[in-house]
Design a protein around this ligand. Structure first.
Ligand SMILES: Nc1ncnc2c1ncn2[C@@H]1O[C@H](COP(=O)(O)OP(=O)(O)O)[C@@H](O)[C@H]1O
Ligand SMILES: [Mg+2]
Length: 292
């Protein structure tokens, strides 16, 4: 995070405090990378979670998107109380959710809470509320991650991947049509975007939503469960508690996994950051389980 509360422009702080009353304390969160500023603010009107970004930041569209989608979300998400644009900044003020990040490890008591939340979200967000922006099918159409890895980074292909490359390329080409659907999906479900609070799992950080199939968000979490120590089979057994998962076509789920693993494998070859290597390994572990 580039800024502390006292570093923010005085006019921005004044605009925020017109909404909240006097801010007495600002505590930054332990996760999050997108905002130029984020904190829980203790204010005269109670706690509020604030995330803010400079409007010239190339990622400012994510905050705008989150502001646009928030009114359409059920109370599984954090309510957006206000948004303020001043002196080249955009700040969003959310209901503060007291709690902790979800624990996705095997045996975690959070997993049944997350299952319930995923079912509720799919119910509440089908059909997807009318919003501008790409569907997941549009976001993924024309992407050829595995083909690009084959052409530019053949050294990145392990023996298992090299043998199945044709199948992976076919899967990612078919994926857009297979992940299409009428449910608004979050598309970035991770442990740090789920807060456990008062015996429920709340989903935050709706910066990147898109309409897609009802099982898409569960599929995003399956990879994260693998990352948290589940075997792929265990992660899928957890997912199978949801009827929406049992109704998904197995090939569609494989195509989803192939695309995600392709994206992460390409990123691990072309962008700095060990997180891409790790995500690519988890995505491939899932695919090995599905493709044999
Ligand atoms: N409404 C909220 N109440 C309490 N804490 C929150 C809230 N929203 C986000 N946080 C905390 O801030 C972190 C970063 O916020 P997030 O919206 O996920 O931003 P980023 O896009 O940077 O990941 C979250 O992981 C969580 O710890
Ligand atoms: Mg986040």
């Amino acid at each position: 995070m580039a800024y502390a509360w006292d570093d923010l422009p005085a006019d921005l702080r004044a605009s925020i405090q017109l909404r909240t009353g006097h801010v007495t304390k600002a505590v930054p969160p332990t996760a999050g990378t997108v905002s130029d500023y984020a904190a829980t603010l203790d204010t005269a009107t109670g706690p509020v979670f604030c995330k803010a970004i400079r409007t010239d930041n190339p990622r400012a569209w994510m905050h705008r998107r989150e502001a646009a989608v928030s009114p359409a979300l059920p109370n599984t998400a954090a309510a957006l109380h206000w948004s303020v644009e001043a002196v080249g900044w955009l700040a969003l003020g959310f209901e503060h959710i007291p709690g902790r990040h979800a624990d996705l490890s095997p045996g975690s008591g959070d997993l049944p809470l997350i299952t319930r939340t995923l079912g509720q979200l799919a119910d509440a967000l089908t059909p997807a509320p009318p919003l501008r922006g790409f569907t997941l099918a549009e976001r993924w159409s024309g992407q050829d991650y595995w083909q690009t890895v084959r052409e530019r980074h053949p050294d990145r292909l392990g023996p298992w991947t090299a043998v199945r490359l044709d199948a992976l390329v076919t899967a990612e080409r078919e994926a857009p049509g297979l992940v299409d659907g009428r449910t608004l999906a979050h598309t970035d479900l991770t442990g740090s975007n789920i807060l456990i609070s008062g015996g429920t799992a709340r989903v935050i950080d709706w910066a990147f939503p898109a309409p897609g199939a009802p099982w898409v968000d569960t599929a995003y979490l399956v990879v994260r469960l693998i990352g948290a120590g589940h075997t792929p089979a265990e992660a899928e057994q957890w997912a199978a508690r949801l009827p929406l998962w049992r109704e998904a076509s197995p090939w569609a789920v494989t195509a989803f996994g192939a695309t995600l693993a392709g994206l992460w494998t390409l990123r691990s070859a072309e962008q700095p950051g060990r997180q891409w290597d790790i995500l690519s390994a988890h995505g491939l572990a899932w695919l090995r389980h599905r493709l044999g």
